[in-house]
Design a protein. Structure first.
Length: 106
């Protein structure tokens, strides 16, 4: 009957995520901060419907404004173990983040 917000041990930025993925995979990963309109157009060019692309970009805009900065103790409360950081997660799952060719835009 309760709702828990599950988080890692620290709030991280998209640039932090890119750096940790680079370290875990051995391949360069960069965060590119696009203007919202450019991001919508890029998603549409890849085949996403315009309305869905706008919704995805709106979610990321909320995240950039700090919607996910809160860190909780819920993982430890529920499991008895502290949450692992993103670097450990990236290392443990590096094969899932290995570079792939996305091909040309549609």
């Amino acid at each position: 009957g309760r709702t828990y917000v599950l988080t890692g041990p620290a709030a991280i930025t998209y640039a932090d995520v890119a750096a940790e993925l680079s370290a875990a995979t051995g391949a360069p990963v960069a965060f590119v901060n696009l203007a919202d309109g450019d991001a919508v157009q890029a998603l549409v060019a890849r085949g996403l419907p315009h309305g869905i692309a706008e919704q995805v970009v709106a979610v990321f805009a909320m995240l950039r404004r700090g919607a996910a900065e809160r860190v909780t103790d819920a993982v430890e409360t529920l499991t008895g173990r502290p949450p692992r950081d993103f670097a450990a997660f990236a290392r443990d799952h590096a094969d899932h983040f290995a570079p792939v060719s996305l091909g040309a835009p549609r």
